[in-house]
Design a protein around this ligand. Structure first.
Ligand SMILES: C[S@@+](CC[C@H](N)C(=O)[O-])C[C@H]1O[C@@H](n2cnc3c(N)ncnc32)[C@H](O)[C@@H]1O
Length: 202
């Protein structure tokens, strides 16, 4: 590909990304007006888990995001059918979402359930959990916030555990049970699950 085409492609991607962040920022400013803390699910899929969690925790305001339009639409349907006024679902990419989140709003609880495991070594760079994403999450998390991660993939579990152990802003916590059980769309297809909890430390 000619160099000038590559440069134009990169510029176009950056412009599109900036437009996404700006649009998301304005949606979030309206949707979260007056709120200071939220329970956040990253990669909510069809919304099974967060819709049920929100129904069981009326005192928390919950927000779920996913990249895929039809999954978000199914999530929104659960919110509507359940007449849940404490949860919203948005189509958003996680890093763009974290950049667009209004400064007044912090993440109090973060849930990541069955993220894409990218099992091949050459694809590990695509895993959502990286030192850089833990840093971004830490920047938007309240002190004492919890990060809960659940996967069926043993390698992704150890990968996440090791990155959290090495990260100064997160501390692994042992012993607390998974706080809320509701089978997710992907969980139904899985045989095993492992989960961990980390706390945002000052
Ligand atoms: C394997 S599915 C699990 C969905 C759901 N948590 C469940 O257990 O049924 C992973 C989900 O994460 C979403 N996802 C992956 N990367 C994402 C990103 N960077 N931002 C937002 N969502 C993402 C995918 O679209 C997909 O729906």
């Amino acid at each position: 590909m000619p160099e000038h085409t590559k440069v134009m492609g990169k510029e176009w991607a950056e412009a599109r990304r900036a437009a996404n962040v700006a649009r998301l920022g304005s949606t979030l400013a309206t949707a979260l007006a007056g709120r200071t803390g939220i329970t956040f699910e990253l990669g909510c899929g069809h919304g099974h888990w967060l819709a049920a969690y929100a129904a069981a925790h009326p005192d928390e305001f919950c927000l779920g995001i996913d990249l895929i339009t039809h999954r978000v639409e199914r999530s929104v349907r659960k919110q509507t059918l359940g007449k849940l006024d404490n949860v919203i679902f948005l189509k958003a990419e996680a890093v763009e979402f974290l950049e667009a989140l209004p400064a007044a709003v912090v993440l109090k609880k973060i849930f990541i359930l069955y993220p894409d495991p990218w099992p091949k070594k050459k694809h590990h760079k695509n895993r959502f959990i990286q030192a850089s994403s833990l840093e971004l999450l830490a920047k938007r998390a309240a002190s004492g916030a919890s990060l809960r991660f659940r996967t069926d993939d043993a390698d992704y579990f150890e990968w996440t555990r090791a990155l959290i152990e090495a990260h100064g802003a997160w501390k692994l916590k042992e012993g607390n049970p998974w706080p809320f059980e509701q089978t997710t769309f992907f969980e139904e297809r899985m045989k095993a699950k492992r989960d961990l909890e980390a706390e945002r430390v000052p």
